[in-house]
Design a binder for this molecule. Structure first.
Ligand SMILES: Cc1ncc(COP(=O)(O)O)c(C=O)c1O
Length: 406
């Protein structure tokens, strides 16, 4: 007899274990986010497997996921955190104590510098000028100093907003910029312990492989002098079809060719599919041929990547427009005409009060939402590994008003 198929635990709703959203989350106030600790741990286990087999170190990019109450779930599998600036560096140091804190910011501020030195142990600069300005003080404070390079290889299409290799990009130092800087300031290379590149977005390891090749060609003189090489984020490692063996070959190649400690700093892959967003239908209307569901959730406020990226979140029980009998355009209650989550089809017409559950909602949501239009911030729940729901945080009028004035 054939072995039973293992369920794909990395599909967006696998964590529900076959139960319906109404059964599991019907009693929660909407809109709310639900963070799934079981999936978070499974992601951690996959990442730890890569680290154990290759010797690379993996960091949580907190810009994607910074619900620190759940850091203890991920912490056993990670070497530390990656920060975009002072506040995230402090959060990582406070909430994943004893682990590494890496920071990259496109430009550091002099008035935050001393505080940053308290929290970060690896500091990555974006430009030769920033390296020249802050590098000596970082070294004197015993920090590991890095430079973000721009290999000038775009490996993605359709996500221009997430392409740091686009022409004219401000992110990372190109070879030409580096050569020009070193001509004027030959002391710069001696400041460097490592190089960093971040060029990928939700990509597989074939894109990493081509990037590494170009990095190796363009920076061949610097790499053997480095102690570490950070491959950045954008590696969709915990996605079911991601090519992990190829990733591991890339890591080993870098280790062997240049003698570096390899770091990865994925955000998405740490918390991929580890969260849901529950919302209810407030109104159903029709304009010409278009059926519309107005939800108590907003793309602009609660899932901004849907508009920014743009990105189409998976919706439990729904299919693409036209696939099932009833297609609805789902939008938020705000004034923004474009506050549209997308067109989805259902087996039955949407009704006022229906509960909808979006998947893959742990990343770039709770750390990126806003109160435009006075929209309330959704509560954050966790679903523990024992299935128990816990309210992590509720928000109210004071959270909206408090940010706007005295
Ligand atoms: C420097 C850097 N590192 C890591 C990440 C995390 O990327 P992802 O969440 O796509 O893995 C980002 C995302 O923008 C980034 O800019």
């Amino acid at each position: 007899m054939a072995a039973p198929m293992m369920p794909d635990v990395r599909a967006p709703f696998a964590g529900l274990g076959g139960q319906t959203p109404e059964t599991l989350f019907g009693a929660l106030p909407t809109p709310c986010y639900i963070l799934d600790e079981t999936i978070l741990r499974k992601n951690g286990e996959i990442l730890a497997g890569v680290a154990q087999r290759t010797g690379c170190k993996i960091l949580l990019a907190q810009k994607a996921f910074s619900n620190y109450d759940l850091y203890p779930v991920l912490e056993p599998y990670l070497a530390g955190t990656e920060a975009s600036g002072l506040y995230e560096a402090r959060l990582g140091a406070e909430e994943m104590p004893g682990k590494e804190v890496h920071v990259f910011c496109a430009a550091y501020r002099a008035d935050e510098w001393d505080a940053l030195l308290r929290y970060a142990d690896h500091i990555v600069f974006n430009s030769p000028r920033q390296l020249q300005k802050f590098g000596p003080a970082a070294k004197a404070a015993g920090k590991s100093v890095g430079l973000r390079i721009n290999p000038e290889l775009s490996t993605q299409e359709g996500h221009a907003i997430y392409d740091p290799c686009a022409p004219g990009s401000r992110l990372g130092t190109t070879r030409a910029q580096w050569d020009e800087a070193v001509r004027v300031a030959p002391e710069l290379p001696a400041l460097l312990d490592g190089l960093h590149f971040h060029t990928l977005c939700e990509q597989d390891s074939d894109a990493l492989e081509s990037t590494l090749q170009v990095v190796g060609e363009r920076f061949s003189d610097l790499l053997p002098q480095m102690r570490w090489l950070n491959f950045g984020g954008g590696h969709h490692i915990t996605r079911a079809d991601y090519d992990i063996p190829r990733l591991e070959r890339c890591i080993r190649m870098a280790q062997e060719a240049w003698g570096v400690q390899v770091y990865l700093e994925p955000g998405e892959a740490c918390a991929l599919n580890a969260g849901y967003f529950a919302t209810r239908v407030l109104d159903v209307l029709q304009n010409g041929e278009t059926k519309i569901g107005v939800l108590d959730a907003s793309a602009a406020c609660h899932m901004p990547d849907v508009l920014e990226m743009p990105y189409r979140p998976p919706l439990y029980g729904a299919a693409d427009a036209g696939e099932k009998a009833y297609t609805f355009r789902l939008g938020g209650p705000t004034c923004l005409a474009g506050d549209i989550i997308g067109d989805y089809s259902f087996d039955a017409p949407l009704q006022e009060g229906d509960l909808l559950l979006f998947g893959d909602m742990a990343i770039y949501t709770t750390c990126k939402n806003n109160t435009f239009n006075g929209m309330p911030l959704p509560a954050i729940y966790t679903r523990g590994e024992n299935g128990v729901l816990r309210c992590l945080k509720q928000f109210g009028y004071a959270d909206f008003k408090g940010r706007l004035g005295s």
